[in-house]
Design a protein around this ligand. Sequence first.
Ligand code: LLP
Length: 432
Amino acid sequence: NHPFPVNDQGHLEIGGIDCVDLAKKYGTPLYVYDVSIIRQKAKGFVKAFQHRNIKAKVAYASKAFSSIAILQVINQEGLCLDVVSEGELYTALKAGFPVERIHFHGNNKSLRELRMAVRNNIGCIVVDNFLEIDMLHQVLTEEKKTMDVLIRVTPGVESHTHEYIQTGSEDSKFGFNIQNRQAEQAFRHGKQYDNIRIRGVHCHIGSQIFETEGFRLAVEVVFQEMAIWKERYGYVPEVVNFGGGFGIRYTEDDQPLPHKRYVDDLVEAVQKEADKLQIALPEIWIEPGRAIVGEAGITLYTIGALKEIPGIRSYIAVDGGMTDNIRPALYQAKYEGVVANKADHSPKRNVSIAGKCCESGDMLIWNLPVPEVEPGDILAVFSTGAYGYSMASNYNRLPKPAVVFVENGKDQLVVRRETYDDIVRNDLFYES
Ligand code: LLP
């Protein structure tokens, strides 16, 4: 019941490579990505728009997983890129990502970040607050440039997802609320500056969404606002961006829609509203992160200590945990996994997979069916490609794992494992 094949030796394979060999070669914990899946997902979104002959842009939300290698792949697939910080922008520039295809997000961009974005002539900035509009105007004036801008609006739509990853509801730190007229004020505020080109609006209603109703509602609310801007200012958006949030499969309880379905429903909703408003269909932009990299990634761990509490629970500890995957601890996220060197064995019992951090909440999976296991076995956890490495930490001074890409039967290290020298790199002796 897992997405990757099992070879003759009964070992799990990813991208044609034996996971047990990968664990031996690179050590564990190890993030492994099947690049062909990343390409397939990226193409899927692009094709869904092309199929309908719609002007669209698909931006990969690099917060889900940013490194030079992944951005090279995203560039090869012709996608745009969403960055939310100097660090993500810096990575994109290092990767040689074409600047005109980079979009900058974030609810508290600094002057430095805006300067970096403007100096590097990135494609678009999604403005989030009044201070930012003024700072951007200041930077553009200094640099004698203009910038394409989307105004981030908050439509007050709640998506059915964990409350921490809901971003579009009215009480949100992001964007300008539509309900209290802030969005219109932001538009008027931006419009007074001739170096700011307001190309349209942006909204993002949440993450790991399994239905299209939330998007449809957001489209309606955004277009009600566009009707006001049109009537009062004669303004017609060239671009409407509905963010990311398309769900993926972590466990069998998750039933994401095919990507084409999200796109089709979104396009139809926008088309309907644009017709009502009697305007040309704006370009439709989306920003999937998780849906592009999530299912392409797995994490390999080595099993260590086993703890039986008779009649209560069996704990199996692995050599990673909340440092490489904070999602179970932070969002009660559920995962599935298999023992990679015994992938052909039938499960005998349920065990709970514990991380190695000094914290009871550091659990990766509760009640995973496994065969008999022993220390040294390799555990593969599925769908760890999004918000795993990107949210990794050095808690307990654990070095961040390496990242390996596999494609066409070849494996390649794309992020080195951190060393203890890396861990103390910025530490200084205290001269007292
Ligand atoms: N665009 C904007 C403006 C966003 O805020 C996000 C995610 C995305 C796009 C991409 O969303 P995606 O397609 O990946 O769902 N750390 C959490 C997820 C936080 C998402 C924040 N914003 C997690 O691990 O579930």
